[in-house]
Design a protein around this ligand. Structure first.
Ligand SMILES: [Ca+2]
Ligand SMILES: [Ca+2]
Length: 354
């Protein structure tokens, strides 16, 4: 079997730990690791928007393989756009994400979220919730598909004693996210320990596809170009209660567990957004269809090795996120891993074209 490149991200210290093959030969000195350090630790270098082209770099666009719902990308706000209407009959478990224009990114967020740029998105259908363990089991039973974690015999779990590094736990998979010696994943929780390749196999079976980052952010902004930090507003707490499954306290030292979920929570446990979606913030990171790319590079003609990565982008933040560490559950938050990485805080949901 070929070796695996395994790349979980611990954003605050910015080290992407790479495991080559099934066991840990740690290499934190690669170019991609250095990039993470720059992105997350300094958070200082902002791009001068005047130096950027309005039209995106075609080479990057080609490699991002964006869906046809994305009809405009540019630094300049687009002119008035057509009002999209749809009489689509909603498939069970999905909502219509209306089309519109949306400003992607946050110039006040991490450096990898700037510069903000505009996109026009046509309507599409989106799963209300991340794919659950129950739904994924149906796929496995129907197809006898073997996930990459099962092929490699292990998957990524954070070292709970130190909280500082990812370890490959033998036997950890979608059914036993923490390993065989720990409780089985519950049916109504989001499936985890699925690689990008696994997520795509499920989507294909379901007649759907993964959302690209722009679609995910547009949906998280409720298709209204809301500038709120979270899908519901600017406060993580609503009427004194946590509004998402995240980390409370100082990561990784202490989780006060005020939301009652130290790991995943049942999908929908923390309510719906105004668009009718659940878990867009917290619980698990979600795979997107596109590779991780640098927003500034998108609008330049001179590409660097950091412009486009072989890793795939993730959105939405997880139960491990806390503001001082990565604050990944903001609508503009981003993460990424290689297509064969499986982690216990990473799942996916699907979208469908109209
Ligand atoms: Ca929690
Ligand atoms: Ca999430």
């Amino acid at each position: 079997m070929k070796g695996r490149i395994f790349t979980p991200v611990l954003s605050f210290i910015g080290i992407s730990i790479l495991f080559h093959g099934c066991h840990s030969s740690v290499d934190s000195t690669t170019e991609s690791s250095k990039k993470e350090v720059v992105l997350c630790k300094t958070n200082a270098k902002k791009t001068d928007i005047k130096s950027l082209k309005n039209d995106p770099n075609e080479e990057i666009i080609k490699q991002l393989d964006l869906p046809r719902t994305i009809t405009y990308i540019g630094i300049k706000e687009p002119e008035n756009i057509a009002k999209y209407k749809s009489n689509q009959v909603m498939p069970l478990g999905m909502v219509l994400v209306p089309g519109g224009k949306v400003k992607i990114g946050d110039n006040n967020g991490f450096a990898n979220e700037s510069p903000q740029f505009w996109a026009v998105v046509e309507p599409f259908l989106m799963d209300i919730s991340p794919v659950t363990v129950k739904q994924f089991r149906k796929f496995i039973n129907a197809t006898r598909y073997k996930t990459e974690a099962d092929k490699f015999g292990n998957a990524g779990v954070i070292n709970e004693e130190t909280g500082k590094e990812w370890i490959l736990v033998n036997g950890a998979n979608w059914e036993y996210p923490l390993g065989k010696h720990r409780p089985k994943a519950q049916d109504n929780h989001p499936v985890t320990q699925v690689s990008w390749n696994d997520a795509n196999a499920y989507a294909e079976w379901a007649g759907k596809r993964l959302p690209c980052e722009i679609e995910f952010e547009h949906a998280a902004r409720n298709a209204t170009n809301s500038r709120s930090i979270y899908p519901w507003g600017d406060n993580i707490k609503m009427t004194g209660k946590w509004n998402a499954n995240v980390w409370q306290g100082k990561f990784p030292i202490k989780n006060f567990n005020e939301d009652f979920y130290p790991y995943t929570s049942p999908v929908g446990q923390f309510g719906k957004t105004s668009l009718g979606l659940t878990d867009m913030s917290g619980n698990i990171w979600e795979w997107t269809s596109n590779k991780k790319f640098d927003y500034a590079s998108l609008f330049t003609r001179n590409l660097s090795p950091f412009s486009l990565s072989n890793e795939y982008a993730q959105r939405g933040g997880s139960f491990l996120c806390e503001p001082d560490w990565c604050h990944g559950y903001r609508v503009s938050g981003r993460s990424s891993s290689t297509s064969e990485t499986s982690l216990f805080h990473l799942g996916f949901r699907c979208v469908k074209d109209i």
